[in-house]
Ligand binder design. Structure first.
Ligand code: ADP
Ligand code: MG
Length: 329
């Protein structure tokens, strides 16, 4: 991953000294259940359209492997075989699950793809929202434990040790897909772009005028406002917010980012933005740091190289990691 980043950086310097763009293009569609938006600077529209079609095909391919909702995906096969038998997977899926477990280890389980064992008791789908009873949570919570995901490196198998256990890659697969999409654009010769899938974004190269891409971090309580504007290039940005998927019951906001320790939505943050070298990392860590909360989250970020964070806490206070300069006007 680091190597890729350095390569991008070198090429960016080269490209910015040779501006030969014919125009800016915007493309958008829906993939992986979310809005995909791209701004591209390229020489001609035909190249852009061809690259865009490849990106959409690739993201659909990834969803067909990784979705825990769709029947017939590898992830649903792993879940169906929980407590029964290990399931052989592709190297790609094996690596993504390994990466997820590494994030769990770094965050003492704040990030845990086996959160999906709580699925069914919680629902955030519009029209069928569901708040579980305390008993239901107590019953399911022991199933949430990344340590019960057994990986066999040799055989490339994944085994969920407990019956009823399930994994879900909703906090990391989209970031991974954005990285793959960025790679496709880059290899197609489109080297100046912003690609955004929901809260996960990759910025590469420069705008048509040669300047870095302006990126806004949305205010978690006012969709029209931004809490910060950044000018970035060759980097990934992900935001996790409590306003993305939620319902309100008796005045309490319940959202889709779960604290694996309690079985309830994580408290302490309204939104977490992560800037990292790749989108898989920024995606996973935006969720992980959200769960950890501002204090523990910033402490962890300060120990990790190449990752920065902007956190809005539950009172609306904004704080940033050491590489982020927060100034109020
Ligand atoms: P979005 O889907 O809006 O981009 P995130 O990247 O923050 O948001 O991911 C949230 C999703 O991650 C949830 O909808 C759920 O699928 C999954 N998830 C929730 N809690 C956790 C957790 N503690 N660890 C790992 N994945 C989680
Ligand atoms: Mg995420």
């Amino acid at each position: 991953m680091r190597k890729t980043f350095l390569l991008f950086l070198t090429l960016f310097i080269f490209i910015s000294s040779n501006p030969a763009y014919a125009g800016s293009f915007k493309k958008s569609t829906v993939v992986m259940g979310t809005d995909l938006e791209m701004n591209l600077v390229a020489e001609d529209e035909t190249a852009v359209n061809a690259a865009f079609d490849k990106v959409v095909a690739e993201m659909n391919r990834i969803e067909n492997v990784m979705s825990e909702w769709r029947e017939g995906t590898k992830v649903s096969e792993i879940n169906r075989n929980a407590g029964i038998k290990p399931v052989e997977v592709t190297e790609e899926l094996f690596n993504l699950i390994s990466a997820s477990i590494q994030v769990s280890e770094l965050t003492e389980g704040a990030f845990d793809i086996s959160w999906a064992s709580m699925r069914g008791v919680w629902s955030f789908a519009k029209g069928s929202e569901r708040l579980p009873t305390a008993e239901e949570i107590k019953e399911r919570l022991p199933l949430v434990n990344y340590k019960n995901i057994e990986l066999d490196n040799e055989k490339k198998t994944v085994y969920l040790k407990t019956k009823g256990m399930a994994i879900g890659l909703g906090a990391i697969a989209k970031g991974y897909a954005v990285d793959k999409a960025a790679q496709i654009l880059f290899n197609s010769g489109v080297r100046n772009f912003v690609i955004k899938a929901g809260g996960d974004m990759r910025v590469q190269g420069a705008q048509e005028n040669g300047k870095p891409w302006p990126i806004g971090i949305r205010h978690p309580r006012d969709r029209e406002k931004f809490i910060a504007k950044l000018h970035l290039t060759n980097i990934s940005i992900s935001t996790s917010g409590d306003y993305e998927r939620f319902f309100i019951r008796d005045g309490v906001l319940y959202h889709h980012i779960m604290d694996p320790k309690t079985g309830y939505p994580a408290r302490g943050s309204q939104s977490v933005t992560i800037i990292a070298h790749d989108t898989m990392t920024s995606d996973a860590f935006s969720t992980a740091i959200f769960v950890l909360g501002p204090e523990k989250g910033l402490k962890l970020i300060s120990k990790l190289k190449g990752i920065e964070a902007v956190i809005v806490d539950d009172t609306g206070k904004i704080s940033g990691s050491s590489g982020v300069d927060i100034r109020t006007k």
